[in-house]
Design a protein around this ligand. Structure first.
Ligand SMILES: [Fe+2]
Length: 146
């Protein structure tokens, strides 16, 4: 994971900095044998009962239209939890002063976007990501555009 202010990439952000903005993150092992146990521990401690896996890449129909949609600034009334197992992605998240913080996630990164936090998502130049989505509840998880 690499995090920094979008308007000043030299101003990097640590996991602790992100935590002060309510954004929790973990770096887990990249291989399933390594991440299975810590991932399960996080799921149990935070009540993430549901999990699925999504993939975006060259084989995804309308990939660029989807990315445009995800890149529209929005929030959710529940947490958005992503664990990256392949490829990479970019989350932009608003800090308390409305500045964009950019978080570049790679395999092994687990990030929790808190509820009511404005954000947007896109792919990096590799144009592919595979990640697990975790949920406390599958109902009511819809984007609310800004
Ligand atoms: Fe979202």
């Amino acid at each position: 994971m690499r995090a920094y202010y979008l308007d000043n990439p030299e101003h990097t952000l640590t996991a602790a900095d992100l935590a002060t903005e309510g954004i929790l993150s973990w770096q887990l092992p990249v291989d399933e044998a390594g991440y299975a146990a810590p991932l399960q521990e996080i799921r149990e401690s935070r009540g993430y009962v549901e999990m699925d896996q999504i993939h975006l890449g060259a084989d995804t129909p309308d990939l660029e239209a989807l990315c445009d949609k995800f890149f529209t600034e929005h929030l959710h009334t529940d947490e958005e939890i992503r664990f990256v197992v392949g490829g990479a992605g970019i989350f932009d998240l608003r800090d308390k002063d409305d500045a964009w913080m950019r978080v570049h996630v790679v395999p092994g990164d687990l990030i929790i976007v808190p509820k009511d936090k404005y954000h947007r998502f896109t792919l990096d130049e590799a144009r592919t990501i595979t990640c697990k989505r975790l949920f406390q509840d599958t109902t009511g998880w819809t984007p609310v555009n800004r």
